[in-house]
Design a protein around this ligand. Structure first.
Ligand code: UDX
Length: 427
């Protein structure tokens, strides 16, 4: 099948490359010429494990990129909308980019006679496909559904593991208003050994939000339990290891610590809260998921100040800036509120991260950045571990270079040891 993919972020680029791997002919569309140029040279515009190999294999053969919507729509049967849906200042979903992409798609569709399917893959709140995107496409194309198809096909890709997750899905969801477009979209995934869940667009939209919100809830629940355990001298990890053996709970996403970051969990939970309020419901539990997540980084500071009440002039090493390991992405990283608070307390912050330094430097240009953990630890009065980078598990003699060997561990990377004053966040 011939596919066009609108938007070349981590969802769009990975989806395009994986659809090409499944044997489809794929055209990527973006308004950013530098991304188009990189893709046509087989250079990934974002880091994703396994992506560069797929681009190298398919670019110039069955994968290309363009900024020309007319060309892309006229040379494909299905178009996926994979553009970003950021939060606005109140935390509600911002659909401006989705609306712009839908309008461009509609304008291009006006010039096409053959049947064409539009698929929404961007994470959009329930009712968006039917009440926002569809009317824009109808208006701009001058066509009504029947002359074109529309479906909603959410993604469940983890950043850094998106290629693996696309090629090894545990579910594929296709929400469509008409059977024809739903059948076409489902057929695109026939190369994957995975059942396709067929439903309507708003249910497909809701499945995505509930999936992410439930994972975020598991984390905040584990963090709340962890905060209670901490006061009782109990290790949450020991508790959750046993609790996770219950087949109804499962062992994953029960790691308590500094909280969840990333471009999805915070945004999606807040967007679902906003949608709930819009339809007249006050989502108390979802609100508490966000509230706990905002408490966690501050608990790192509380534990630090229990040991060093006055942080003014103290050198504090922050190990880990990315929102999670194996990525340079700092969006909603739990390190951001921690660094902000340390600066406000007058501390001297020395920061290290394997991949995310340049991104964090754009937010905090005046703190000290180092290219290794040991350099960041040199002469430090304390160390905060904020990201679950594997290398932090093996730190050992490096702590001897600190002026004061106080470790506040926000990610269960280390364990109590004789030669340092070790404090676990929830253990
Ligand atoms: C998430 C979802 O996993 C994915 O399905 C969805 O499509 C996009 O959002 P991602 O945000 O890339 O993926 O990261 P993920 O690996 O899920 O971790 C999210 C955050 O939760 C990270 O900050 C991580 O440190 C934190 N986390 C994760 C915990 O604090 N505890 C856990 O047990 C697991």
């Amino acid at each position: 099948m011939k596919i066009s993919v609108i938007g070349t972020g981590y969802v769009g680029t990975v989806s395009a490359a994986c659809f090409a791997e499944l044997g489809h002919e794929v055209i990527c569309v973006d308004i950013d010429p530098s991304k188009i140029d990189m893709l046509n040279r087989g250079v990934p515009p974002i880091y994703e494990d396994g992506l560069s190999e797929l681009l190298e294999k398919h670019v110039g053969k069955n994968l290309s990129a363009t900024s020309n919507y007319d060309y892309a729509i006229n040379n494909s049967d299905v178009s996926f909308i994979c553009v970003g849906t950021p939060s606005d200042n109140e935390g509600n979903i911002d659909l401006d980019i989705v609306k712009a992409a839908s309008a461009s798609l509609g304008k291009a569709l006006r010039k096409k006679k053959e049947y064409h399917v539009i698929v929404v893959k961007s994470t959009v709140v329930p009712e968006t496909t039917e009440k926002v995107i569809l009317p824009i496409i109808e208006k701009e194309s001058g066509k009504s559904t029947g002359n074109f198809g529309i479906s909603m096909n959410p993604e469940f890709l983890r950043e850094g593991k998106a290629v693996h997750d696309f090629m090894n899905p545990d579910k594929i969801v296709v929400g469509s208003l008409d059977k024809r477009s739903g059948d076409i979209v489902a057929s695109l995934y026939s190369g994957l050994n995975c059942e396709v869940t067929r439903t309507n667009p708003r249910t497909a939209e809701m499945i995505k939000y509930v999936n992410n919100s439930f994972l975020a809830t598991k984390i905040s629940f584990s963090n709340e339990v962890g905060n209670i355990c901490k006061e009782l001298g109990i290790d949450t990890y020991e508790v959750m290891k046993a609790v996770g053996k219950d087949f109804r709970i499962g062992p994953h996403f029960l790691n308590s610590g500094a909280g969840f970051g990333g471009s999805c969990f915070p945004k999606d939970v807040k967007a679902l809260i906003g949608k709930a309020k819009e339809v007249g419901y006050e989502p108390a539990l979802l609100r508490s998921v966000i509230a706990v997540n905002e408490i966690q980084p501050m608990r790192m500071i509380t534990l630090l100040k229990n040991k060093i009440p006055d942080l003014k002039g103290k050198k504090i090493a922050v190990l880990g800036l990315a929102f999670k390991n194996d990525t340079d992405d700092i969006r909603e990283s739990r390190s951001i509120p921690v660094i902000k608070e340390l600066i406000e307390e007058g501390a001297i912050v020395s920061a290290y991260d394997k991949m995310a330094i340049e991104n964090m430097r754009r937010i905090f240009p005046d703190i000290e950045y180092y290219n290794s953990a040991i350099d960041a630890l040199r002469g430090a009065d304390a160390c905060l571990i904020m990201t679950e980078w594997n290398e932090f598990k093996s730190l050992d003699t490096e702590f001897s270079i600190m002026k004061n060997r106080l470790i506040i561990d926000g990610r269960h990377m280390q364990s109590p040891r004789k030669d340092v004053d070790y404090v676990g966040l929830c253990w």
